[in-house]
Design a protein around this ligand. Sequence first.
Ligand code: GLC
Ligand code: GLC
Length: 811
Amino acid sequence: MQYGFFDDARREYVITTPRTPLPWINYLGSESFFALCSNTAGGYAFYRDARLRRLTRYRYNNAPLDQEGFHLYIRDGGCVWNPGWQPVQTELDAYSCRHGLGYTVIRGEKNGLAVTQELFVPQGDDCLLMRVSLRNDSGAVKTTDLFPYLEFCLWDAMDDGSNFQRNYSIGEVEIDGAAIYHKTEYRERRDHYAVFWSNRKPLAFDTAREAFLGLYGSPARPEAVFGAGCTGSVAHGWQPIAAQQHRLTLAPGAEERLIFGLGYLENAREEKWEAPGVINKQKARAMLARYADNAAFDAALAALGQHWETLLGVYRLRSGEEKLDRMVNIWNQYQCMVTFNMSRSASYFESGMGRGMGFRDSCQDLLGFVHMIPERARERILDIAATQFPDGSAYHQYQPLTKKGNLAVGSGFNDDPLWLIAGTDAYLRETGDWSILDEIVDFDNDPTLAQPLLEHLRRSFGFTRTHLGPHGLPLIGRADWNDCLNLNCFSEHPGESFQITGPSEGPVAESVFIAGMFVKYGRAWADICRHLGLADEAAEAERAVAAMEKAVLAAGWDGAWFRRAYDAFGRVVGGRECEEGQIFIEPQGMCVMAGIGKESGEAALALQSVEDRLETKYGIVLLQPAYTRYRLELGEISSYPPGYKENAGIFCHNNPWIVCAETELGHGERAFALYRRTAPAYLEDISEIHRTEPYVYSQMIAGKDAPSFGEAKNSWLTGTAAWTFLSISQAILGIKPTLDGLQVDPCVPSFLRRFTVTRRYRGAEYEITVENPDGAEHGVSEIRLDGRALSGNILPVLEKGARAQVQVRMG
Ligand code: GLC
Ligand code: GLC
């Protein structure tokens, strides 16, 4: 069942009922000011850091769902309603929500009044804008009251939700004409404030929640809206809010538009006050003036559109397959940008209070956005590398506001170092900017330990190499990519963190997955060395890689698939002899992507085993059989009920590894069949089962062992975005950046007889048309660049600004 439809021409998903199976959201903002906005105008806003600079409140596990946000109440005659239906839930005569690239438009109609709410964050500014348009389609004059409402957060979202003995006494606001200032803690150490404003003077306002909602009122029935209107309350402590009441009289056919905003501003210490206790509002006034009228609003919206046009212009596909084109050209890349901005911090599943930026997550996210914003990828790589330790290991997480490694979690996730090679390698292949390797970067955020980035990569490689276990496979540490396979943890007490309990590294537990990574990214490291003229180092790295490959085929091969690990007692994890958890997806994906067993047959066997044992109609589950009881020696993985999360859920992140692995063996048909199985646009008609947004990937879909098989959770912030984009754009469609140029190596399903990719690469534009008359799965017989036949399949790097036509024939 569908709850809306794709409007590809406008790059929007249009939701046609407010009763979606979960709130379906969008992300507004792409620099420093962000807001999440659901299809019923729920959500929250923050500046840079969703925990430390939260502007508005959100209650995640509330009932009813999704009550806080950017709501508007309309009081028209005796009827109170919201254009987005929530929170009053008055039945609407018409409703739609258009989620577009960085903006959302919600429209509701009731009794001949149409109200539209347009929300976005302008480029280069720290505010959320909301334009409200009202049109009187009834035949009679209407006098209507309009109430915008939002609830401020007292900045630190964690403290705001727990430290009530203090917080109920500190809330402060100032009112200045059509603007409401939130200035809690501004009197002491905070140098920032928030402002909510409108471009028209309201009839009345409220800033105390009790006054607006009523002491025992709720967002679904605010006393001010249902009763006598706003009261002019000034919040002292308790819950500061911003609410206004505007009265509009509309002749039949008349339309009115108001602009509202929520801004964040900082003042230098010595310029904080304009009078004792009165905020210096100069910057806020300038912000208000920037968006005073519709022309300014429209210009800012157009600039946002241009921004996305540029980003999405880097990789464009025309395949004739509608769902594929919309995933590749719009939504998958859009989601990659959102993961770049948010990492795993703030969604409707991630509270914004927990994890900062993950080392491995951020390195992998890079793979999905490096082509769109290489300069910011460069900066990200350097930030991440600065949280590496001198021995090559790394802080597992860091805080975006401070860019410092997170001490509470520390290090010991032994896959982390190799992801730095993966991310940097992707950057080099995209940009050819070798100067990044000369950048001097701190170790452990300590400038006295700084070394060139190249040295960081060397230590990444060296760390794995020097932390091997009894079988010559890498030691797993606290966990590898699978955060829940905690082989050195042995946690017996409720509430202990599986990730940081126990020793950070045992001398026995080993990971076949990291071994696969070492082969794949160790080769990348060797290529980088060779490119730099470090031939000896390259050769030495290749020897280490070859030894690892041997170790995998000896101790990591189970007969029909790759094993997962060895536990702290040296027992196999992910092998036939195991009672449960006999086969895992991760090493099949990573080892085959690394080319292990490609010639000798193990790779093909491993992928066959994935098909036979792990594949379901909704995707590939992480392991089988699911663990049915808690196992001390395995940790968190066995803490989840069967079929959820890492315990045999369909963990979407590593499905594209299998897609890439299939193309490694030339299986285009299979690769695409797997790609489409988890691609959201292809799941739109089963939205009642899938439940999350049909335009973005989720972290997890419940596996076949779960009662809710097929139900997705944790949408938006997942490494799935980057890896699926890689799997479709590079592995299947075959347009791959290499160190030497753009390689064309498609591996496609036979129905795809012709497609065109327009790719901007290192300043030039290539229009690549692939013809596949005989429906080959793999292999290119001819490439012509501007009519001239090319030997090999790597397109040369062209001059900046050049445009080239490339004709490719498969078969
Ligand atoms: C989460 C984490 C990621 C990890 C994955 C598997 O998505 O963000 O780092 O690899 O779970 O446990
Ligand atoms: C939990 C989740 C996992 C995530 C981790 C982050 O273990 O199951 O997906 O990566 O938390 O710490």
